[in-house]
Write a protein that binds this ligand. Structure first.
Ligand SMILES: [Zn+2]
Length: 161
């Protein structure tokens, strides 16, 4: 039997297809090597996920130059989140245990988080998986776009969003 990850379609490729079709509400930006979305755990306000455009399971399986460009994009997104949200610390996680497609979770951590010394996953899902109010969500996405574009002028997003 193949492992689960080989037996079903990639969930991240499915999200990327939704972004491309304009059906993903919290899309932030398209960069040359990645797609950026606002994550679903806005207890950590500004949390973003960066998806590699190329479907591979590990960064080292990418052409070396492409992997370095992707890492530069991750740094630019981290800098943008830091600029916009002024966190105590950023947490970067490249896991891929559930989806076989390189992606980074970038979490801002805040001083008033009682669990700030712990990995974010220790906070119960119902506490961390919260959405921002609609206007705050739009303002956050707009501010992140502006900050990302300062580092990566090639950043793109639909004009209507
Ligand atoms: Zn994929």
């Amino acid at each position: 039997m193949p492992p689960d990850s080989a037996a079903r379609p990639c969930g991240i490729c499915a999200i990327i297809n939704r972004i491309k079709s304009g059906a993903f509400a919290d899309f932030v930006a398209e960069l040359p090597r990645s797609w950026i979305i606002l994550g679903d755990a806005q207890f950590y306000r500004g949390y973003c996920v960066l998806f590699a455009k190329r479907h591979v399971t590990e960064p080292h399986l990418m052409p070396r130059g492409e992997a370095h460009e992707l890492l530069d994009e991750m740094l630019a997104v981290g800098k943008a989140i830091s600029t916009v949200t002024s966190p105590l610390k950023l947490n970067y996680e490249c896991l891929g245990n559930q989806e076989p497609h390189v992606h980074w979770h970038i979490f801002p951590r805040y001083a008033d988080d009682a669990l700030r010394l712990q990995p974010i996953w220790l906070r119960p899902e119902k506490e961390r998986k919260v959405s921002l109010e609609v206007v705050a969500n739009r303002v956050l996405i707009a501010d992140l776009r502006t900050a990302i574009a300062r580092s990566i002028p090639a950043a793109r997003w639909p004009a209507a969003l």
